[in-house]
Design a protein around this ligand. Structure first.
Ligand code: 3H9
Length: 696
């Protein structure tokens, strides 16, 4: 029919097969092929039609690369109408993932069978979209509006079993021969003269629905996905399914789909989708580099980070030895891990049996002899070069020669650490983000001598433990924290020039970040930043002419370490993380400005946003110039997955692109003129601004 869709006869059954690697997306030629094939099926003497896919999955959705360009015919809806109107039973045979337009296509078939390992869902919301192939109208008719809202607004796929329980899947068939199972099911339908079940005609579940359900869903979506437009539009569509006849509901869905498709938010979220996948690629890695198998792991240090890192491996079913220097620390660390699991179990995320199974995979140890056979070690001891070197020298002799040694340092030179071993090619950084069992980001730090095999292994491990691994180069703070330093710096300078903490954080929060830089300081602990500054000999060893704000030091000296002491930039009430402005701190800031001879002024939200965001962007540009990040989109992925930057802005570099780099550069130059001590425009930013370029 087309090169990607074939129609064959298998006895009295017509079989339509889609073959459009890698994920059988509904590209133009697939839509055309489906249309032609179903037309042919309609006109021949076969008794039923099976729609099945080659390769690793059923249709995984629309072809996202076609979005943003004029859609070429045939339309999605035209194709789907053809399927639904087939005058004989159409059966979708699902394996892998039937997602988005893929599930919508299956919902147009009269029946659906699936392999037990298949998953089905409508993940459009994660791309800033809504299901635009009739999914918002058909799914509520099939499984009821409440369940449909859950599927559509969360974007999370269901297992085949769950889908069968709610009525999306009619039968689970033998994994080993999906086609045979689908054909047998189709023959049964024919033998029983089963009706051609058109989901569009099922109205029971969408009649008499209380509209309060939708208001509640809107509020929930607002709380869980603040600032995201797509979940709200998804809810509008499901509400339309319950208040309008099918065709009118479908028209409403189409109108809102066009609206979200052309939105800035969707462009940003689609950018992040592809950025995430690009981040998995190392430009100079030779094709065919194979990762080593990681069957057993050790984590050195049972502190907050070490415990969290160990949980990742246990969650993935990989046995992990948690090694500490002293019994007391080890017991305490294990108790924290158990408490974390118990909390998750209480929230219903794990069963108690799963908690026990995971705890059973973590073996506590005080002895380096116990890690002789592991394939990977992640070191998470105290952040001090001498301590790390000592640990790596010990690891070098304690582990087998092909074991990979990774450090979780967030600031130290990975090359210097690697140099104390006889295997620098097997040493790299794996920088987890706190809480390590929750945050998806993993900075994979490539040392000068790290081999491709080691890098490929780290990336494979990241995937196994459900992290987004981004390869970065060695420098102080790597990508994320190095940029954060400049962002935090501007936040503090804004305080001394005229803002209060709530002004700075409020502007950044309103832009969409999970929290502002000062509230983030309170969360991380102001004692942590203070210790890092002392280690670096600051402020005494400040470079000539550099600007320094001592407000965080003064707050630290008052014993206010942030949330953990109930007071930092803000005050906190017992057991509550809500920051409250504190007159004591406001006075401290005013006094500080006076002592420094700074005349405080009123600073608008726009300036706060520009200074904090452009500080990130300017340093991001330097990081790109130096090759510390491979691509601007890697930086975006780091900020979205590690620092609470909203995906709907696409990360700091994409955000700068949407503002226009000429505008960004002009403002950075103005800031540099007023304050040359803290702003030096990055040459790459200048070059791109002057040539009309963009980071992405
Ligand atoms: C939609 O359907 C709108 C409709 O409602 C409206 C009209 C009907 N298009 O993730 P992987 C590429 S919106 C184009 O590494 P995995 C991907 O970029 C869509 N390309 O594999 C990568 O390319 P490369 C709703 C796509 O096995 C390669 O395929 N559907 C698409 O880890 C492999 O991808 C979704 O949102 C696509 N739709 O995971 C599903 N999908 O090799 C999006 C993937 O060059 N896809 N590619 O880097 C996924 O969630 C995962 O890809 C999937 C496989 C779970 C399917």
């Amino acid at each position: 029919m087309t090169h990607s869709v074939s129609y064959t006869r298998d006895g009295d059954i017509g079989v339509i097969t889609v073959n459009n690697p890698p994920v059988n997306a509904l590209s133009q030629h697939v839509r055309q092929g489906l249309l032609d094939s179903f037309r042919q099926a309609a006109s021949d003497d076969t008794v039923a039609t099976v729609l099945i896919c080659d390769g690793r999955t059923f249709i995984a959705g629309a072809d996202i690369t076609e979005f943003g360009k004029p859609l070429q015919p045939p339309s999605f809806l035209g194709t789907m109408e053809m399927i639904e109107n087939l005058p004989k039973p159409a059966v979708a045979a699902i394996h892998g993932t039937a997602l988005g337009g893929g599930l919508e296509t299956a919902l147009c078939c009269h029946y659906r069978v699936a392999a037990a390992s298949a998953r089905v869902g409508l993940p459009e919301v994660s791309l800033g979209l809504l299901p635009g192939g009739g999914g918002t109208q058909r799914l509520p008719r099939l499984i009821g509006p409440e369940a449909a809202l859950q599927v559509i607004t969360s974007g999370v796929p269901m297992t085949a079993g769950q889908a069968q329980a709610v009525g999306v899947i009619d039968e689970i068939v033998d994994e080993a021969d999906l086609l045979a199972g689908a054909k047998a099911f189709a023959h049964k339908l024919v033998a029983e003269a089963a009706p051609l079940k058109k989901v569009r005609d099922l109205n029971d579940k969408v009649t008499g629905v209380d509209p309060a359900m939708f208001d509640a869903a809107r509020q929930r979506a607002n709380a869980e996905r603040r600032g995201f437009e797509a979940p709200q539009r998804c809810i509008d569509c499901v509400e339309a399914a319950c208040s309008l006849p099918f065709d009118e509901g479908l028209a409403k869905e189409q109108e809102l789909f066009r609206q979200v498709l052309t939105s800035q938010q969707s462009a940003a979220q689609r950018h992040i989708f592809f950025a995430e996948r690009a981040a998995a690629k190392v430009a100079d890695m030779p094709k065919g580099t194979t990762p080593l198998a990681i069957k057993r792991v050790a984590v050195i240090g049972a502190g907050t980070m070490g415990g969290g890192i160990a949980m990742n491996f246990a969650n993935a079913g990989i046995p992990v030895t948690l090694l500490e220097a002293g019994r007391e620390f080890l017991d305490k660390g294990l108790a924290v891990v158990r408490a974390n699991y118990d909390r998750s179990a209480k929230r219903g995320r794990f069963t108690t049996a799963q908690v026990e199974q995971r705890m059973g995979l973590i073996t506590p140890s005080l002895n380096y002899a116990d890690i002789a056979e592991v394939d990977l070690v992640v070191e998470a001891v105290f952040e001090n070069m001498d301590v790390k070197k000592e640990v790596f020298a010990r690891l070098d002799t304690a582990t087998k020669p092909d074991c990979i040694l990774a450090t979780n340092t967030s600031t130290l030179d990975v090359n210097e650490i690697a140099a104390v071993t006889k295997r620098p090619d097997k040493v790299l950084g794996t920088h987890f983000f706190s809480p390590a069992n929750v945050m998806r980001l993993l900075e994979i730090v490539r040392g000068e001598k790290t081999s491709f095999e080691t890098l490929a292994t780290a990336q494979a491990v990241a995937k196994t433990i459900n992290k987004i691994g981004v390869v970065v180069g060695v420098c102080d703070g790597f990508v994320g924290n190095r940029m954060l330093h400049y962002y935090g710096g501007q936040a503090q300078f804004l305080l001394e020039e005229g803002c209060m903490p709530q002004d700075v954080d409020g502007a950044v929060y309103d832009l969409g970040l999970a929290m502002g830089p000062l509230a983030m300081g309170d969360l991380a602990g102001l004692d942590v930043g203070w210790r890092v500054r002392r280690e670096r000999g600051l402020p005494e060893r400040l470079p000539e002419g550099a600007r320094y704000c001592a407000i965080p030091d003064l707050i630290y000296e008052k014993g206010r370490y942030g949330q953990k002491t109930g007071a930092g930039y803000y005050r906190y009430e017992a057991g509550d993380r809500t920051p409250h402005p504190d007159p004591e701190i406001e006075q401290l800031i005013i006094n500080y400005s006076r002592e420094k001879g700074i005349e405080r002024r009123s600073i608008g939200r726009e300036e706060i946003v520009e200074r904090t965001m452009y500080a990130l962007v300017n340093e991001g540009a330097r990081i790109l110039e130096e090759g510390i990040a491979q691509r601007a989109s890697d930086i975006d992925v780091i900020y979205v997955y590690g620092y609470g930057f909203p995906a709907y802005l696409g990360g700091p570099m994409f955000y700068a692109d949407t503002i226009g780099l000429d505008t960004v550069y002009k403002r950075v130059c103005e800031f540099a003129e007023q304050d040359p001590a803290s702003w030096q425009p990055a040459p790459l930013l200048k070059q791109l601004a002057e040539t009309g370029g963009a980071f992405n």
